[in-house]
Design a binder for this molecule. Structure first.
Ligand code: ATP
Length: 229
């Protein structure tokens, strides 16, 4: 598993401190990140792939600095957002799936083979030549995942990946991420049923890690605190 280490990480945005002096060391296969609105979950997730640069402190993902060594990092870490529409960049399903293989020196035949295998894995083979934007919301999220997985990352960071999906598609994406995908997962979510299926839950409040450990008790304490407010 990839080691994820934050040492005394503070992230300041104009007028707002999103993370305050966060130090965590995570290595579990499925890591849930929970906490109230604005607690810092997305900011934490974004430090892992260099989308957010710490104001102070250090982030290391498998020993790689996500900001200074972004090329190495992009090969190891894939990122999935809530909104599948903003993740689709190419006209057809197969072209979109192939996008992250650009610049890797693979032959056309190798790319075709990898795309076919990846689409098959997420059940989108029959849509290979369809316009990507004609897919349903759930299918688009599966395509976004497929485009990430085809680059063979060792870690997938997903920020509310089921937020825009109906119950059936949400379950499908959750099943894929939590049960079928072999990759390590960091899952920022408000869906506590998904968090409960992870190996560890890390709770943020007000930019700090306030609790972490076995998901069931961490979630129970979170729900208790929410009931008090
Ligand atoms: N680019 C930014 N510029 C300014 N402030 C930001 C930026 N990104 C996040 N913030 C602020 O930092 C704080 C933490 O935001 P973050 O998105 O990490 O929280 P979150 O736990 O993911 O919230 P939610 O559950 O609502 O998605 C919030 O107060 C947010 O308004």
């Amino acid at each position: 598993m990839t080691d994820i280490e934050l040492s005394a990480v503070t992230v300041e945005f104009p007028g707002r401190t999103a993370l305050r002096d966060v130090s965590v060391h995570l290595h579990q296969r499925r890591i849930a990140v929970i906490g109230s609105n604005g607690s810092g979950k997305s900011t934490f997730a974004r430090t892992l792939n260099g989308l957010v640069t710490p104001t102070t402190g250090e982030v290391r993902v498998h020993g790689i600095d996500p900001v200074r060594q972004s090329r190495q990092l992009r090969r190891r870490v894939g990122f999935v957002f809530s909104n599948p529409d903003i993740q689709i960049i190419m006209p057809t399903v197969a072209e979109d799936a192939a996008f992250s293989l650009r610049g890797r020196g693979l032959s056309r035949a190798e790319v075709r083979e990898r795309v076919a295998a990846a689409l098959d894995r997420v059940g989108l083979s029959e849509y290979a030549d369809s316009p990507a934007h004609s897919l349903s919301g759930g299918q688009k999220q599966l395509l976004a995942l497929c485009a990430v997985l085809i680059g063979e990352p060792s870690l997938v960071v997903a920020d509310e990946p089921t937020a825009y999906l109906d119950a059936a598609n949400g379950r499908r994406i959750a099943r894929f991420l939590l049960d079928e995908m072999p990759q390590q997962l960091v899952l920022a979510t408000h869906d506590l049923r998904l968090a409960a299926r992870c190996d560890i839950a890390v709770r943020f409040e007000d930019g700090q890690v306030v609790d972490q450990g076995d998901p069931a008790p961490v979630i129970a304490r979170y729900e208790h605190d929410q009931d008090q407010t």
